[in-house]
Ligand binder design. Structure first.
Ligand code: FE
Ligand code: FE
Length: 168
């Protein structure tokens, strides 16, 4: 870090930057989920958002543990990708008038968020393993599994009835 050198020089630096990116992202998701739960009319979707809000709080705690294991103070760094995904979600949600179509739009937006998290946790857990930190990799893989499960639940809800209700 300095005037004459770039901030990210080593794999350790890159890992830490990406960890801070997902830390910021999880905190933004934590802010967005209650709004989505409030707007959802389908009871299963509403419950799904509420459940994932609790899981998301757990993801933040797990990241706190990862920072501690790495001997670093937890800190986020602005993640343009999640800001963009959430901004797009908000603008689409604001455009939709029908409440069932809004449910379908929120499932789609939530899946974009989950896919972003899946890519980040997949990369971070692989890097942690390669850096000889199986302890860190285990924590990251636990969250990865929850994000994947959430994505599958959202697909099931969409195909099960949310999309049909929106199309009716
Ligand atoms: Fe998460
Ligand atoms: Fe998630």
């Amino acid at each position: 870090m300095g005037l004459f050198s770039k901030d990210i020089q080593t794999m350790d630096d890159l890992f830490m930057h990406t960890l801070r990116d997902i830390y910021y992202a999880e905190k933004q998701v934590k802010k967005a989920l209650p709004k989505m739960a409030k707007k959802a009319v389908d009871p299963a979707l509403k419950a799904g958002f509420e459940t994932h809000l609790e899981e998301t709080k757990g993801h933040i705690e797990r990241l706190d543990q990862v920072f501690t294991l790495m001997g670093v103070k937890p800190k986020g760094v602005t993640c343009d990708a999640i800001d963009g995904i959430l901004k797009e979600a908000e603008s689409v949600m604001a455009e939709v008038s029908d409440e069932h179509v809004l449910d379908a739009a929120m499932v789609a937006a939530a899946q974009a968020v989950e896919h972003y998290e899946i890519t980040r946790y997949g990369t971070l857990s692989t890097w942690a393993t390669e850096m000889g930190r199986p302890d860190v990799a285990t924590l990251l893989k636990q969250t990865l599994a929850e994000e994947e499960a959430t994505d599958k639940k959202l697909s099931k809800l969409a195909k099960g009835h949310v999309n049909q209700a929106a199309a009716a």
